[in-house]
Design a protein around this ligand. Structure first.
Ligand code: T5A
Length: 207
């Protein structure tokens, strides 16, 4: 892989395996001496993590516009403090969720203004070089969340109709952005999936 910073994002619904695979990809690239920053949204920098707590674990129900803006405020902070400096230093950034998640969760999922989300996404001025969209069925999402057994965050509590809109939203994102996105079935075992994703990255950014 060329030693310039690439920006790779993982997207998909709850329990699709993003965190698992983002870590595996980061480890596998690092093992080949590619400098990597593994990060996530919402959050990923100190200021953005403050907003993450408000968004995921706070008790306050924000107005739709406020919630969208808070996600982008968190993102702007993350980009400025972590992502851009890393890319400028030639580090490959792997980010667990990015602005497609706002389009899908706040737009498709919660009925927020998708045009406003597209405008704010553009305002960020940073398009991923590659987005890996992991797709699993809603039944798999539910089974994995249940098996994990942790307390649900605000979005995980919204249930099956919401998860269905989320899945459909990510399928639409992948279909609408074929040059940037690769849709990857996420039901296979973690090792097979990790090998598939590594292959996709190598094809996109040859070593
Ligand atoms: N959100 C986020 C918005 O609403 N708007 C936004 O703009 C943004 C950025 C983030 C929440 O915020 C919302 C979306 C989310 O609801 P989070 O906890 O950071 O919350 O989010 P998630 O990304 O949803 O994390 P999850 O842990 O739920 O899903 P992952 O990361 O896709 O899945 P992972 O890897 O943690 O795996 C889940 C479970 O499945 C098992 C794992 O061991 C784990 O137990 N698993 C597998 N089992 C079988 N086969 C495989 N291949 C497996 N891969 C993983």
């Amino acid at each position: 892989m060329a030693r310039t910073g690439r920006f790779i994002t993982f997207e998909g619904g709850e329990g699709a395996g993003k965190s698992t695979q983002a870590r595996r990809l980061a480890d596998s690239l690092a093992a080949d001496c590619v400098p990597v920053l593994l990060t996530r949204e919402p959050g990923g920098s100190p200021g953005a993590e403050i907003l993450r707590q408000m968004l995921l674990n706070g008790s306050h129900e924000f107005a739709s516009e406020a919630e969208i803006i808070l996600h982008f405020a968190s993102r702007a902070e993350h980009i400025a403090r972590m992502i851009r400096p890393a890319l400028a230093a030639g580090i490959t950034v792997i980010c667990d969720r990015y602005y497609d998640s706002t389009l899908v969760y706040q737009g498709h999922g919660q009925g927020g203004d998708r045009h406003a989300i597209a405008v704010l996404s553009e305002l960020m001025g940073l398009v991923p070089d590659l987005t890996l969209v992991l797709d699993v069925s809603v039944a798999t999402t539910q089974a994995r969340l249940l098996a994990r057994g942790q307390a649900a965050d605000r979005y995980e509590r919204l249930g099956v109709p919401f998860f269905t809109r989320i899945r459909d939203g990510f399928l639409a994102v992948a279909a609408d952005n074929p040059a940037r996105c690769v849709l990857v079935p996420g039901e296979t075992d973690a090792d097979t999936l990790a090998a598939t994703l590594r292959r996709i990255v190598e094809q996109r950014f040859p070593i």
